[in-house]
Design a protein around this ligand. Structure first.
Ligand SMILES: Nc1nc(=O)c2c([nH]1)NC[C@@H]1CN(c3ccc(C(=O)N[C@@H](CCC(=O)O)C(=O)O)cc3)C=[N+]21
Length: 298
């Protein structure tokens, strides 16, 4: 029987530690860690995620500041809001929910966020830091996946890890973290010839493509550990349902361990967002206490 990696349970443990940390932080600095979440437009799925993020923040003693903006928000307005949040001493973390409406320049916004407050880890300074193995704010989803993998496998040295998908927000940082953990890393993507040839060799298989149940048993080596990052809404018999990128029922019997969807990577992503908020808050407050201000800190 495969181990079902329970993201809900593991995230509760991470959040517990964050709550303890947040209480200690409050004792030490006299303010709560603060997270600003910016949501542009009214995509219903995004609203659910944002609501979940704010609920988790409140539970662990983090202040949240929600900014919900209409879909026709201008670039200038958003730039101004980010600048204000960068300057706000009560805000230690800033998350701009993606995707943004097409008329807004995503890269410009992500680059405008102070890297010290970039709790998504998407700013080029943090991306660079991660890739040279320097301490940084690490993207939440890959960070959550690493916690799960370490829990199941312990040391990851020498394992062949195959990441399916090469997005900036999951695939690439995931590969960087696995490499840092001494895995042999392959990245498979839409232009890879015969991708199964590679995925069939994976000790660790991470699926992050956004295609419902694309990964079937013919992609998986018996005994592999499978992490399913996909969160896809599909309609089945008139009902909406969440499924991963992995065909869970067909793949599960082959694996050593596998994450379900829902209840796998998703809750860990949110827990790591809270963890990053604490990390950012501690660095910022420690700095401002020592009287030094850096424009950029990693
Ligand atoms: N700047 C930015 N940062 C993000 O981290 C970010 C983003 N934009 N845009 C959207 C995606 C998506 N995302 C999810 C996080 C948790 C769940 C989650 O907890 N899902 C639950 C199910 C929730 C449900 O029932 O819908 C689960 O998998 O068990 C899902 C999706 C973060 N994202």
């Amino acid at each position: 029987m495969a181990i079902r990696i329970d993201g809900k349970l593991m995230s509760a443990q991470v959040l517990d530690d964050v709550a303890t940390d947040a209480a200690a932080f409050y004792q030490e600095f006299g303010i709560k860690p603060g997270l600003a979440v910016v949501l542009v437009g009214d995509d219903p799925a995004s609203q659910v995620y944002v609501r979940n993020k704010i609920a988790r923040a409140t539970e662990c003693g983090i202040n949240s500041f929600k900014h919900r903006l209409p879909a026709d928000t201008t670039q200038e307005y958003l730039d101004r809001l980010v600048a204000d949040l960068n300057a706000d001493p009560e805000v230690h973390g800033i998350l701009v929910q993606l995707p943004l409406p097409a008329h807004l320049d995503e890269e410009r916004i992500l680059t405008a966020i102070d890297p010290a407050k970039d709790v998504d880890g998407f700013h080029p300074v943090n991306v660079g830091a991660l890739n040279i193995g320097k301490e940084s704010l690490i993207p939440c989803t890959p960070q959550g996946c690493m916690i799960m993998l370490r829990k199941v496998l312990g040391d990851l040295s020498g394992k062949h890890a195959v990441v399916v998908g090469r997005s900036n927000i999951v695939g690439k940082p995931m590969a960087a973290l696995l490499l840092q953990a001494n895995c042999t890393v392959s990245i498979v993507h839409s232009r890879t010839n015969n991708p199964q040839l590679l995925t069939k060799q994976a000790d660790i298989l991470v699926a992050a493509v956004g295609k419902p149940e694309m990964i079937g048993p013919d992609w998986v080596k018996p005994g592999a550990v499978v992490i399913d990052v996909g969160i896809n809404t599909v309609e089945r018999a008139g009902q909406y349902k969440l499924v991963g990128d992995v065909h869970y029922a067909a793949v599960e019997p082959l694996t050593q361990a596998i994450t379900p969807v829902p209840g796998g990577v998703g809750p860990m992503t949110i827990a790591c967002l809270m963890k990053n908020t604490l990390t950012a808050a501690r660095r910022l407050e420690t700095q401002s206490r020592s009287g030094r201000q850096y424009a950029v800190m990693v």
